[in-house]
Design a protein around this ligand. Structure first.
Ligand code: 5GP
Length: 218
């Protein structure tokens, strides 16, 4: 049997659509640690760096953890429609710039967003296709102990974060996945498994297959 010459040609590269992984959790659930570990495990994964009016904590860096801006700058960005989503969380404003998502999408890169549930609602309403993961602490006692041991917030802030946590946890039912972060390494492994499975969804894989398979997926 003769193989047609056309099938010997290397397949034309197909455009890969990046996946938006959105992780949300109450403060202290360990989301930041999980996100850091995940970014190490997936070196091509881009982290969406949010804008915030919150004061920089010790150890944080401009442009790595957040873009730290004044309230005036943030408000101007809201007015000019620069945010794909934004919200006031624990008395400070946080937002994801549209251009961050646009540049990742143009590059076909997967992006990791660490945002609160109000932002998640806005992204959903705007019709953005994403994979939504919620991280839960094993229980409220452990959440309080984690917030206290961070030594980054005063008692009033911790009390506010604890009372907000109940409302945030109620939102978890709207997410695609819930991961309980009891042991960090295991939670990271679960998030990693979810991410790998999501990249292997039929619709996503079809887009990347050689044309000679005749699967005709755009
Ligand atoms: P922290 O002040 O502890 O860094 O973050 C407080 C909360 O703000 C976290 O729940 C975090 O997920 C959320 N957050 C961070 N960036 C954004 C953002 O761009 N948009 C929204 N809606 N929430 C954010």
């Amino acid at each position: 049997m003769t193989v047609p010459a056309s099938s010997l040609q290397p397949p034309a590269p197909k455009s890969r659509k990046g996946i938006l992984f959105v992780i949300s959790a109450p403060s202290g659930a360990g989301k930041t640690s999980i996100c850091r570990a995940i970014l190490t495990l997936f070196p091509k994964l881009r982290q969406s760096i949010s804008f915030t009016t919150r004061a920089m904590r010790s150890g944080e860096q401009e442009g790595r953890d957040y873009h730290f801006v004044s309230k005036e700058t943030f408000e101007k960005m809201v007015t000019t429609g620069e945010f794909a989503e934004w919200a006031e969380v624990h008395g400070n404003c946080y937002g994801t710039a549209r251009k961050t998502l646009k540049s990742a999408s143009e590059a076909g890169a997967d992006v990791l967003l660490d945002i609160d549930f109000q932002g998640v609602d806005q992204l959903r309403k705007s019709g953005l296709d994403g994979v939504f993961l919620f991280i839960l602490p094993p229980n409220m006692e452990e959440l309080l102990s984690r917030l206290e041991s961070r030594n980054t917030d005063d008692d009033e802030t911790i009390a506010r974060r604890m009372s907000n946590a109940i409302a945030e946890i109620a939102e978890s039912v709207k997410f695609d996945y819930i991961v309980v972060n009891d042991i960090l390494e295991q939670a990271v492994e679960k998030v990693r498994a979810i991410m790998i499975a999501e990249t292997l969804r039929t619709g996503r894989v079809l887009r990347t297959l050689p044309e000679e398979f005749g699967l005709n997926q755009k």
